[in-house]
Design a protein around this ligand. Sequence first.
Ligand code: NAP
Length: 262
Amino acid sequence: MSFLRQLGDTGLEVSALGLGSVKFGRNTGVKYPSTFKIPDDDAVLAILSQARELGINFIDTAPAYGNSEERIGALLNKRQDWIISTKVGEEFIDGESYFDFSAKHTQLSIERSLQRLNTDYLDMVLIHSDGQDEKILLESDCVEALKKSKDAGLIRAIGMSTKTIAGGILATDLLDIVMLTYNLEQQDQEVVDSARQKNKGILVKKGLMSGHVNKEGEDLVRESMNLIFSQPAISSMIVGTINPEHLAHNVKLAKGFLQADF
Ligand SMILES: NC(=O)c1ccc[n+]([C@@H]2O[C@H](COP(=O)([O-])OP(=O)(O)OC[C@H]3O[C@@H](n4cnc5c(N)ncnc54)[C@H](OP(=O)(O)O)[C@@H]3O)[C@@H](O)[C@H]2O)c1
C-alpha cells in the first residue's frame, strides 16, 4: 500500500503520517508530558527536510499555534510539494484562547493565513472547535464563509477539528474533512464510520495521546499506530514532533504497518 493516500473525495493525496506543528510555535497552554524549548530555525528546517525526504507531504498548523504559520511560511521549501492544513476560529493571545466563528473573522483569518504561510492557496482549512461543535456548525456563519473562500479558489477543502461525537457526525454531513481524536484512550469511532460512509476525509489528531506514550515495558507508539492504521478509512495520522529520532522511528513504524515502500 502506498504511503500516500486519498483524503476522502477531496482529490488531495496526503501521506499516512502528517507533521503536526504546535511545537514549532507554542509551548504554553499545551498538554505535552514535559516542557520544551521552541526549536530554532535550523532545527525546524531540519525537521521539515527530514519529513519530506521520508515521504511526508502533509503539515498541519493553526493561527492558535503561536508563530507556527509564519515559521512554516518562511522555512518551507517548495510549497507546491506540500499539502498544508490550517484552521480558523481559535486565537491564542498572551497565553489564552479566544474563539470567533463569525464570517468576518473567518475571512480575515484565511487572508492572514495566506499571508503568513506565504502562499496563494490553502489546501485545507479546518474549524478549530471550542468544544461546541454543533453550535458552531449550526448557529455561526463560519461554514458559509469557508464555502465562499473555497468557491473563490483560496481553499481546496474545508473541515473541522471536532471535539464531540454528535458534532463530528454533523461535520461529515456539512464539510469535506473531519479531524478527530483516535488513540489508545479515546476512539471517535462513530465519526470515523459516518465519514467513511460518506467518503469524507478523516485525519487523526492526538494519535500518540499528545506524547503520553511512555509506559514502562510497553511500546505504546507501536500500539497506537497499530490501532490507527487498522482503520483504512483514516487517511493520515498527524503526529507532532520536533525530535528527529522520533520522526524517523514513526515513519518506519507507519510504513511497516502499511507495508508501504514509499
Ligand atoms: N485542532 C485541534 O484541536 C488539535 C488539537 C491537538 C492537536 N492537533 C494537531 O494534531 C497534531 C498532533 O497532536 P498533538 O501534538 O497534540 O499530539 P500527538 O501527535 O499525539 O503527540 C505529540 C507528542 O508526542 C511526542 N512524540 C512523537 N513521536 C514520539 C515517539 N516516537 N516516542 C515518544 N514520543 C513521541 C512528541 O514529542 P517530541 O517532539 O519529543 O517527539 C509530542 O510531544 C498537532 O501537532 C496539531 O497539528 C490539533
